[in-house]
Design a protein around this ligand. Structure first.
Ligand code: F0G
Length: 358
């Protein structure tokens, strides 16, 4: 039976005897070694933490399971969040699993279809807001302050507690922290949670080192890089289309305390990395996830020497949430053929039939 994030790290999570240990099998995600990009960027060791392998297809499940369990423990009967899509999918799934009323507010017109489908399928009440994520977040903050509804955005500290377990897993898998952690940044909860996890493991003597935290935002939605909120954030990576990150201070602290950086990558760089990940590494990820890979490529181009370095990129979500984007950018039209073997051979440009049954 799957016991999720609770099992391995129960002593480091905010558990009491009254916390219900719900689970949909979150956590324990693969750390996959790069075969292609490691060579391209001249990196000694490069790994991808595949958070798209979580039950709802993103890293959000690690934190949601803890936030929902604590909501149940406190007697709450309803949860609410604003979301660019993944948080709402996760909240809806754990809400359904736990019999909680789930309310999600998403920016109208900029949420991947798969994410919306998840929220709807799990029975959440979905409101599309005429506004962006930051405005939706203001609304749910106001609602959760007025009504007995638990806010499960990353402002809820239990979310970050659950999400820090990914840092523990990386250290446990590698026998230490990497030199660099590359991670996409939107509302800035995840970079805050990872840094918390690496610091906690270091203090406990479970990791000899801590990584430099390398956060990447989309160029059209890079308030942390600019140093001021952005009122109309824009990017193809809708998951990180955020102009006023709720965990601003946490991200800045992670960057400064770790000796890392927070930088921006353009939509073109994000799309190029998204395609590279799928076509060269065999990893179909979200555009938002590809932002950190684009960041790694940018650093390598900018002269950062990774030759003796161990690097981890956090692949935060699966590309399956937005299949139409992949099809649109594939650049190769689908080719239809009849059932005639000759036609199929010609379509495949096979000069000589490779194999023919007698
Ligand atoms: N990658 C993906 C796939 C995401 O869905 C998000 C955030 C991030 C990266 C950035 O993480 O916000 O902790 O800095 N998605 C949120 C949502 C905002 O509503 O699903 P962050």
């Amino acid at each position: 039976m799957s016991r999720g994030v609770w099992y391995r790290y129960r002593d480091l999570l905010p558990l009491t005897d009254a916390t219900p240990l719900i689970s949909l099998g979150e956590g324990d995600t693969p750390l996959v070694r790069s075969r292609y990009l490691a060579v391209e960027v001249g990196c000694k060791e490069l790994y991808y933490k595949l958070e798209g392998c979580n039950p709802t297809g993103s890293f959000k499940d690690r934190g949601m399971v803890v936030a929902v369990a604590k909501a149940l423990e406190s007697g709450s009967t309803a949860i609410i969040c604003a979301s660019t899509g993944n948080t709402s999918a996760s909240a809806a799934a754990y809400g359904a699993h736990s019999g909680l009323r789930t309310i999600v507010l998403v920016p109208r017109g900029s949420v991947a279809t798969g994410k919306l489908a998840q929220a709807i399928a799990h029975g959440a009440q979905v409101l599309t807001v005429d506004g962006n994520f930051d405005q939706a977040l203001e609304l749910v903050r106001a609602l959760s302050a007025t009504y007995p509804i638990t806010l499960v955005n990353s402002l809820n500290p239990h979310r970050l507690q659950g999400q820090k377990t990914a840092a523990f897993e990386i250290v446990d898998d590698l026998g230490g922290a990497p030199d660099y952690l590359f991670i996409p940044v939107g509302n800035a909860g995840n970079i805050t949670a990872y840094w918390m996890g690496f610091c906690q493991y270091h203090e406990l003597g479970k990791s000899p080192n801590r990584p430099a935290m390398m956060g990447f935002q989309a160029a059209g939605a890079a308030p942390l890089v600019r140093g001021a909120p952005i009122s109309e954030p824009q990017t193809i990576a809708t998951a990180i289309r955020i102009g006023k990150p709720a965990n601003w201070q946490g991200a800045v602290a992670a960057r400064d305390e770790s000796g890392g950086a927070i930088d921006a990558v353009t939509d073109e760089e994000i799309l190029a990395a998204y395609k590279l990940m799928a076509s060269r590494e065999g990893i179909f990820c979200e555009p938002a996830s590809a932002a950190c890979v684009a960041g790694l490529l940018k650093c390598a181009r900018g002269g950062v020497d990774f030759r003796s370095k161990r690097v981890v990129c956090v692949i935060t979500g699966t590309g399956l949430k937005e299949p139409e984007l992949a099809v649109r950018h594939a650049g190769v039209p689908l080719q239809n053929v009849s059932r005639d073997l000759g036609e199929v051979e010609r379509a495949l440009r096979l000069a000589v039939p490779l194999f023919r049954e007698r």
